[in-house]
Design a protein around this ligand. Sequence first.
Ligand SMILES: NC(=O)c1ccc[n+]([C@@H]2O[C@H](COP(=O)([O-])OP(=O)(O)OC[C@H]3O[C@@H](n4cnc5c(N)ncnc54)[C@H](OP(=O)(O)O)[C@@H]3O)[C@@H](O)[C@H]2O)c1
Length: 276
Amino acid sequence: MIPDIELNNGVRIPQLGFGTYKLPPERTRDLVLTAFDAGYRHVDTAQMYRNEREVGQAVAASGLPRGDVFVTTKLNNAFHAHDDALAAFERSLDALALEFVDLFLIHWPLPAVGLYPQAWAALEEIYASGRARAIGVSNFQPSHLTRVLETGTVTPAVNQIEVHPYLRQDEVRAFDAAHGIVTQAWSPLGRGTVLADPVIAQVAARHGVTPAQAVLRWHLQRGDVVFPKSATPARIRENADAFGFALDADDVAAIDALDRGERTGSHPDQENRTGR
Ligand SMILES: NC(=O)c1ccc[n+]([C@@H]2O[C@H](COP(=O)([O-])OP(=O)(O)OC[C@H]3O[C@@H](n4cnc5c(N)ncnc54)[C@H](OP(=O)(O)O)[C@@H]3O)[C@@H](O)[C@H]2O)c1
């Protein structure tokens, strides 16, 4: 039911997955199992979320063949130095209890720290070892991506950035597309902020769907990968059901017009937290 997208190395990723930021660790296993039950086959976690272990427990408990599940995790900001990145990746595999991840990302570029080319070299080694089927970056501006493309040998498969109707990110998405990099839209619902917008409500009503489904449909039609997060089982099921209808050009134009450059998270040039 959920379509795949092909990454630049031929690996296929389900276009809609399940986000796990802020899921309480003690509920994560059951909520990821709820997502699998609702048809999700792609889970997005990170070292920073402190729930990799529980995500791995859900993968194991699901009984799904490993090849049917796509697992992404991300390098914590504290570990950009080359050897630290390699060691942190080992800890992720250990926590997830997996032999490989499907996608491993640098979580933030931290330009003030300036070590992301080094971290990227470590990710290239991990990729060459086969323990990450694809590697990519997150929160990279075109300037950071340009540096990686110049200093590295592997083109990132994805760039995971904040995107929603209040932050269209046309410039970064165009840069990604021009370089064969798939854009993943984090906080696709703007952490819930866009759902009360009257324009979204009108589009949703026109199609007999919920505001969340209308917003997710807008992302999917733009070609981005999304992974809405919810700790509410009914919403987890609702968010997976964004495929039985299509927005027309007027709907898309109305949602596009909501862009106001509004972030829910940090600007990548300013984010500099390096805590563990
Ligand atoms: N790479 C990065 O730097 C980065 C940063 C942020 C996020 N992410 C990833 O992106 C994922 C999604 O982003 P996010 O978690 O920040 O925000 P989001 O998915 O845009 O929104 C989550 C919020 O929306 C609510 N919600 C979800 N479905 C809903 C529905 N159908 N109706 C009404 N409310 C709904 C949730 O409430 P309840 O949970 O209470 O149901 C929660 O408060 C994260 O979980 C994480 O995997 C990555």
